[in-house]
Design a protein around this ligand. Sequence first.
Ligand SMILES: *Cc1c(COP(=O)(O)O)cnc(C)c1O
Length: 356
Amino acid sequence: MKVHNFNAGPSVLPNEVLYKASKALIDYDGTGMSILEIGHRTEYFMAVMDEARSLARELMQLDDDFEVLFLHGGASTQFMQVPMNLLDSGETAAYIDTGVWSNKAIKEAKLFGYVDVIASSKEGGYNYIPKQFNIPGQAKYLHITSNNTIYGTQWHEMPKTDLPIVVDMSSDILSRQMDYNQFSLIFAGVQKNMGAAGATMVAIRKSLLGKVGRKIPTMLDYQQHIENGSMLNTPPVFAVYISMLTLRWLKSQGGLAGIEKINAKKAALLYDEIDHNPLFRGTAVKEDRSLMNVCFVMDKPELEEEFLKFCKKEDIVGIRGHRTVGGFRASIYNALPYESVEVMVEAMKYFSLKKV
Ligand SMILES: *Cc1c(COP(=O)(O)O)cnc(C)c1O
């Protein structure tokens, strides 16, 4: 039996992806071998890698300057790999601080060059996206976090600049239509919105590379990964396979146009309940609310544990807020069904009728 899974990551995957993967675990495509037993340089796995890379490119409609890679190490490794490849010592990169994940990126970038934190929403407890900032023209790139998983804020309009934009899209990758070509480097741990933990998707402009003087270790050099077709060493084969299946599923939902409609409908239903139910209150400012992570609290915090217990009884799981902020967080990623949001909203209505 399946529950209503609002986990923030790793998180819910489409049923048909899990079903297909479970069969591939025993016998991949009639080969008599598990997907886990196939060499990564066989035609079987090469086809999986190629399809995953090309589906990601197709869904985001990336131009020819882009290469799509599936790497190891999670989004957190990108926090250091980005500046190692793009920022020479003595040079400056601009970062916008919208929470924990931005801060981790800032910390790593300081190991390689200067960091100019041009805006921060820290004083508001990261409950909004900064709107006023000057982007210094001499910076090498601008780094932003498109969706702030912990606080439930999201950039709905991207900053306008001639600088290359590097974006951490770990928690809203492929969730909406956008001009993805406005970016120069897009990265995302795939475990939130496009697959299983173990792989990180990086879409990078080739024209961005080869401009720093330092020697880059092979495994951290984007150029080498590109030249080797994202097969510099053994890739995380199962995680890439799950991503490929999830990307196929996404395409079958009408691509980003299709999923964006469903995501907007889910978020509207849940935020509407939060705004009208007297027991609950949203924590992010309305105009910056995330369509992926819905964060809210109760005005009577003493009821929070009771509500969590009630939800568990209703098969609603994963809604406890991040340990650093408390309250609740319902992650409503691409694969979370609309029906799960309906069940959640019913639970909120019922609980508040009993309590108010
Ligand atoms: C989860 C998350 C990360 C960390 O991802 P890992 O793959 O665990 O390293 C980074 N950035 C954002 C925005 C996230 O949501």
